[in-house]
Design a protein around this ligand. Sequence first.
Ligand code: PLP
Length: 458
Amino acid sequence: MLYQLSYDPLDMWSGHAPAGVRDPVVPVYGPTPGPDQMRTPRRGAQRWAALTTMTRMSAQHRVSARIGAIAESATLAVDAKAKALKAAGRPVIGFGAGEPDFPTPDYIVEAAAAACRDPRWHRYTPAGGLPELKEAVAAKTFRDSGLKVAPSHVLITNGGKQALYNGFAALLDPGDEVLLPAPYWTTYPESIALAGGTPVVVPTSPESGYRATVDQLEAARTPATKALVFVSPSNPTGAVYSPEDVAAIGRWAVEHDLWVVTDEIYEHLVYGSAEFASMPVEVPELVDRCIVVNGVAKTYAMTGWRVGWLIGPDDIVRAATNLQSHATSNVANVSQVAALAAVSGDLTAVEAMKVAFDRRRRRIVELLSAIPGIICPEPEGAFYVYPSVEELLGLELRGRRPATSAELATLILDEAEVAVVPGEAFGTPGYLRLSYALGDADLEEGVARMAALLGEAR
Ligand SMILES: Cc1ncc(COP(=O)(O)O)c(C=O)c1O
């Protein structure tokens, strides 16, 4: 049976499906009665009536309410649209995807190639991950963040995304509230809601560097609050919390018996004087109520290999592993062997990427800041800038008058062939997210096209 989204996913912000409101999936080819269903008139008529009713009700009932409520990943949608346009021959420049433009380092690829030829890796392996990879992740975690964990506290997952999904699923019951500072990465609220939890958005501002304070978090806390999502360096803002701020938030969580799901996937990408700090290291009393999420995607340019992990207390890791044993079984062994080579090696490759990212970070802030109407704070980590475009909204531009950042992003793609992600995807309309993990030449050309277009706004 074929299905079609009732709106263009590439047009997901421009009126058909405003952020947070999802159109249902409707069948294009609904069920039709086959000859066997018509064998006896009575039975056939009944079934036909039932099928007709089903078809009428299909928009609401064919897909479960739980899954039907999930929005498509906005960042992946932008990336897919940019790649589709490129494939069709359009000279699109994509600032949408959060992935390094570098190839995976050779020694990692070689380890994977050797694993392909070894029949040992052609079979099922333990659902929770290769024991040697869990051990290496435990060692790497101690090396990089100072958190001492046993391999039994590690669950290897299909990327950081599955670590988040499994972590929330293991932690949350219906009614549990999860504090989520905004701008937030687009996957967090969906993952929380899918696990039955309720995301409670805690707005932050550019003035505070998009960092949530203990006071803001405390104001949002209720008796139903179970957990906080914490990410530093942050996607989408690039904000980095100081070790003191990390400690203050961790102590507040301990004081109120809250869990913290802390996402450390950008741990190595901090610039200037900014410093990465791991919350359970700053506040060791939190360890029993903390889930650490991490992976190889960003550090080793391995987004396509799909290896991440969560680190947590025994009960959570056991529950999440049981879930994974039914959902996906082990992560592809070849990818796990590649990840083993990555985390067992040194950090030379990421240091080299970091130099390039830092150069691009300073350049993109300089270029965007020169565009009238754009205010671009300098991020301290990850590889994103998150400028405000509020001053441009409502102005006339190429015969249109974009009223939202979603409409502006669509216009920029249509008119300048530059893909950016609107702030609606991150819970804060009025902003755009640009990833600067793309080549220097593309960065220059892409922002120049935006400047030329936006300079016409009146
Ligand atoms: C903050 C954050 N956490 C987790 C992930 C998940 O990464 P992956 O599933 O590719 O390992 C991403 C990817 O964009 C991210 O930005």
